[in-house]
Design a protein around this ligand. Structure first.
Ligand code: NAD
Ligand code: MG
Ligand code: MG
Length: 341
């Protein structure tokens, strides 16, 4: 295993990025979070958008200068591409590439299109990544609280020789250097990100919750109880794990829960599940998933829409809406302090 090196603000030349003109393409989740933080950190940032569209209006309301994507690319030294992965290749081909010049820094927040070669920039363009490991709105909310979201950086091609320094400086300007920045590669970021979201943090967790909810309600238990037990409490438990690993979670739960956890958990997520995970990983590595997703989105995304609709209508979602509308919940402070509780 390679040694862990975490970059913090003190290790970074924070001024480097302030000498460059930054075009952020897109004002969605990451576009909003990153451009707001860049501006507040004193960077020269313009939004490259579809002029007159919804994002253009939003960005102007926050006081940003906006340009067409073409003009923003011509104006900029650094271009951060923050539009959905499935439209990046087409926007790159038609609006970005024709306006790029040698020595610019083309940036991404996810390696998908570069790693799977849906976008192949010329050799004289620097290709780097700053990928916050959290949602864009959290990138913003953490920054305004004086904190940051941990982020990954990577360098894919580096004709100017300072791609890593520029990536670190950009990451610092969005607040990541307050939390921690780790260097990786486009391949590793892309494949582990897809694997994590498919099998564990999004796909695995939502399938696990739905399965638990179905088993309880099919056995005749109240759907409200089932919702609390398998969905609502998930966050409370995950907060403990996030703070201090599985050990902190097990420190806080009852011995009954801990014994059940260690004896029953492996029956649910077993060798069969690991086999499925390995197959999913293979499809990620071979590019089969990337091709499937790209094709689905390019051909009208009917199957995607059908799955969205089915999932929206799952009883766990209906029950959840009802419960959350009449329920007050909020918590900010650390949950475990071994000195105090
Ligand atoms: P998003 O879906 O929020 O992006 C929406 C923006 O893209 C809007 O401004 C929209 O107008 C613009 N857009 C959409 N289609 C367009 C088109 N055809 N032409 C021009 N503009 C178009 O995107 P996001 O979720 O912020 O993701 C951006 C990138 O960041 C992706 O590479 C994603 O993998 C990565 N990323 C996202 C998150 C996240 O929190 N969502 C986290 C880490 C990395
Ligand atoms: Mg991810
Ligand atoms: Mg992802």
């Amino acid at each position: 295993m390679s040694e862990l090196k975490i970059f913090l603000d003190k290790d970074i030349n924070q001024d480097l990025i302030k000498t460059k003109k930054i075009a952020v393409i897109g004002f969605g989740s990451q576009g909003y979070g990153q451009s707001m933080n860049l501006k507040d950190s004193g960077c020269d940032v313009v939004l490259g958008l579809r002029l007159g569209g919804a994002s253009d209006i939003k960005a102007k309301n926050y006081g940003f200068k906006t340009m067409s994507i073409e003009d923003a690319v011509k104006w900029a030294d650094v271009i951060q591409v923050l539009i959905p992965d499935e439209v990046q290749a087409e926007v790159y081909e038609n609006q970005i590439k024709p306006n790029m010049r040698a020595g610019q820094y083309l940036m991404f927040a996810h390696g998908f299109n570069i790693h799977f070669k849906k976008i192949v920039p010329p050799d004289d363009i620097n290709v780097i990544m700053v990928a916050p490991k959290g949602p864009g709105h959290t990138v913003r909310s953490q920054y305004t609280e004086g904190k940051g979201v941990p982020s990954l950086i990577a360098v894919y091609q580096n004709p100017s020789g300072d791609g890593k320094e520029v990536a670190l400086s950009y990451a610092s300007a969005i607040g990541a250097g307050r939390a921690g920045i780790i260097e990786t590669t486009f391949r590793e970021e892309t494949e582990t990100d897809l694997f994590g979201e498919q099998t564990v943090i999004c796909g695995g967790v939502s399938a696990l919750m739905k399965a638990g909810f179905e088993v309880l309600t099919e056995a005749g238990y109240s759907p409200y109880m089932a919702y609390f037990e398998v969905l609502h409490e998930m966050k409370l438990i995950v907060d403990l794990v996030n703070q201090g690993g599985l050990a902190d979670m097990r420190y806080s739960i009852s011995n009954t829960a801990e014994y059940g956890d260690m004896t029953r958990g492996p029956k649910v997520i077993s060798e069969t599940s690991k086999k499925a995970m390995r197959e999913i990983l293979k499809d990620i590595q071979s590019g089969a998933f990337a091709d499937e997703f790209t094709k689905e989105m390019a051909t009208g995304h009917k199957y995607f829409d059908k799955l969205r609709e089915e999932n929206r209508n799952h009883p766990i979602e209906k029950i959840g809406e009802e419960i959350r509308s009449s329920f007050v919940w909020g918590r900010k402070e650390n949950i475990i302090d071994r000195e105090k509780n």
